[in-house]
Design a protein around this ligand. Structure first.
Ligand code: PRP
Length: 212
């Protein structure tokens, strides 16, 4: 009997879409459809166990080996510098990391730039490359409010449809990096289960290409 593959899925819409893909490639776990508040689901027959975790925690579970594989946004991988293998770009959850500010206003280059963000490491790295001095204001959500209230000059945040920016009179000033969901693997797990993980990955790639 081969050991189980533990899969960390991000709670929410993306995770549900990703689970559907795992089901399509033969790794379904019927109990998962029962709803409720249960967080761990196992299917002895096909040797998989799923965990629903907070999206920003997926890479932690995978890096520490509690999960063998997982699906996580590239934004989180970049922010956390996770020591995991990135196996596949699923082409889902597409958005971009961008600098945005109040429409029509340009930040003053003479002063330290005040940057409000949920992604301090991405912001720091981006401005380090430009040798620009910044003051990070770490927030946990509703980042768009910061420049409106003049607490920050700009924000570094995810832009998906652009609606949040538009409805708050903000605009993209610079694009930092495109973001999408990635399949990741724990390094040791990948070494010991290369064949099974690769097989899963290849089958997922076929489905994602079809959906593209
Ligand atoms: C994210 C992001 C933006 C918004 C962008 O926030 O931080 O605020 O989505 O999406 P849009 O371009 O389609 O409008 P999220 O919904 O995660 O909420 P938060 O403000 O609590 O972080």
């Amino acid at each position: 009997m081969q050991n189980k593959i533990n899969i960390a899925l991000p709670k929410g819409r993306l995770g549900e879409k990703v689970y559907d893909i795992f089901e399509k490639i033969g790794y379904g776990c019927p109990a998962i459809h029962e709803g409720g508040r249960k967080l761990i689901f196992e299917n002895e027959e096909n040797g998989v166990r799923y965990f629903w975790v907070k999206p920003s925690d997926v890479a932690v579970y995978v890096e520490r080996g509690a999960a063998d594989i997982g699906v996580v946004g590239k934004d989180i991988l970049l922010e956390q510098s996770s020591d995991v293998y990135e196996l596949l770009d699923l082409g889902m959850g597409k958005c971009r990391m961008a600098v945005a500010g109040v429409k029509g206003e340009r930040p003053d280059f003479a002063h330290t730039l005040r940057v409000a963000t949920k992604f301090p490491n991405i912001a720091r790295e981006y401005y380090r490359k430009q040798s620009r001095e910044i003051d990070i204001i770490k927030l946990h959500g509703s980042i768009e409010i910061a420049p409106i209230l003049k607490m920050s000059d700009v924000i570094v945040d995810i832009v998906e449809t652009g609606t949040t920016l538009k409805e708050n009179n903000l605009e993209v000033l610079e694009e930092i990096v495109p973001i999408s969901a990635r399949l990741i693997a724990n390094k040791a797990s990948y070494k010991f289960n290369t064949q099974r993980i690769r097989q899963m990955c290849d089958k997922i790639a076929v489905i994602c290409e079809k959906n593209d």
